[in-house]
Ligand binder design. Structure first.
Ligand SMILES: [Zn+2]
Length: 395
């Protein structure tokens, strides 16, 4: 059985990089906020502004890599996600439970919405299919704790006061006295919308940190055992839901595997991709001695390129009598089926093998997204794994 990495690790790489990104964006947002406060009296978000089209793609046919999800079956244009989450979080602090009930709407969804309203004799309440701002992932229909938003809802009142600070507006034509009175419909103009060039000020607008379509993931384990190297983690190509290939190189020899093992934590963190499994775990034979192990997520579809998830140097121990001695001395229960998270296991392991553990730190040049997450979780798991295989070595 291959070693399964920590199933409860709640910090997939992208989330971490996102938080780092958000911190950086936070400083910018703070500056922007000051500017906004200074300029607030003369330039509020303009209610005549509307969400802008996404360049080079078709309304209602956004590629997967353009979408991101706050959960709950909602997908939005990825650049809008940070401000959406920040806005929902702030509302919650203020006692208002904002719930996105309808977000990105593909073309078929727009047809269905239009038919539904037309059947009720109110075609104007849904856009002509192919023209909805839901089709850019930049419109959301909200409910609050009392249900769908009306003009007297606490959710509507809160949004009218604060949404602008997060880059979201309620179109003027959708006010109670407008031609399309929809208290629930809000749009993201954090990129400037139709009326302004460039990023519009507002809290929580985070720029993308990397090119769209680039595969992402994390390597939780790179470890040596007698005669082999163990690797485990997860990987996703944001252009597709399906599982993707991962290539593991031991020195110059590559082994293709598929990241198609269940990882509930990854599915929870990336709900858009949860319909397919994205974990991987494998053991690759290797000769005794030092080896460089590199794990690559393969770019399958859309834009992007193959990404180095992690490289590390391990020392595969010789399969000598020392191994047999170790198994009789060490805890026999510490097989690969033991959850790698077991704190006692890792503690004892680290004391016996810390000096001889061959697993290197992530290489400095490695992609920054994978490094922070990898370090805490993998050092624990890795140490454990090495201890299982590793005899109490002499130096
Ligand atoms: Zn709407």
């Amino acid at each position: 059985m291959p070693v399964i990495s920590r199933p409860t690790d709640p910090t997939p790489a992208r989330a971490t990089s996102g938080s780092r990104r958000r911190r950086a964006a936070g400083a910018i947002a703070l500056l922007a906020a000051l500017l906004a406060l200074v300029g607030a009296s003369c330039q509020q978000l303009n209610p005549d502004n509307r969400a802008a089209a996404v360049p080079a793609v078709t309304n209602g046919s956004l590629p997967m890599s353009y979408l991101a999800s706050p959960g709950g079956g909602c997908a939005v244009y990825d650049e809008a996600l940070a401000s959406l989450k920040a806005m929902i979080a702030q509302a919650a602090k203020d006692g208002v439970k904002l719930k996105p009930v309808s977000c990105y709407r593909d073309y078929a969804g727009q047809v269905a919405a239009r038919e539904s309203w037309c059947n009720r004799g109110a075609c104007q309440m849904a856009a002509v299919p192919g023209t909805s701002n839901h089709g850019w992932g930049k419109a959301i229909d909200f409910a609050d704790q009392n249900g769908s938003l009306g003009f007297d809802s606490v959710g509507y009142t809160w949004l009218k006061t604060w949404a602008g600070y997060f880059g979201w507006i309620h179109p003027r034509t959708m006010e109670a006295d407008g031609p399309v009175p929809e208290a629930w419909h809000w749009e993201w103009v954090g990129d400037g919308g139709k009326m302004y060039l460039g990023k519009y000020f507002g809290f929580g607008n985070a720029p993308l940190a990397e090119p769209r379509g680039l595969p992402f993931g994390n390597v939780d384990v790179i470890a040596a055992q007698a005669g082999a190297v163990q690797v485990a983690g997860w990987a996703i190509d944001p252009d597709q839901v399906a599982s993707i290939p991962v290539h593991v190189y031991v020195d110059t020899s590559g082994v293709p595997i598929t990241a198609n093992q269940p990882r509930a934590d990854v599915g929870a963190a990336y709900p858009l991709y949860a319909k397919a499994p994205h974990g991987f775990a494998t053991t690759i034979p290797a000769s005794p001695g030092r080896h460089q192990v590199c794990v690559y997520a393969i770019n399958v579809s859309g834009t992007g390129y193959n990404r180095t998830l992690k490289c590390a140097t391990v020392t595969v121990p010789a399969a000598t009598p020392a191994t047999a001695r170790a198994s009789s001395v060490g805890a026999p229960a510490a097989t690969s089926s033991t959850p790698a998270t077991s704190p006692t296991t890792s503690t004892t392991a680290s004391t016996t093998t810390s000096t001889t553990t061959a697993v290197a730190r992530p290489t400095p040049g490695a992609t920054p997204t994978t490094t922070p997450t990898g370090s805490p979780s993998s050092s624990a798991t890795t140490t454990t794994t090495v201890a299982q295989a590793g005899p109490p070595m002499t130096r």
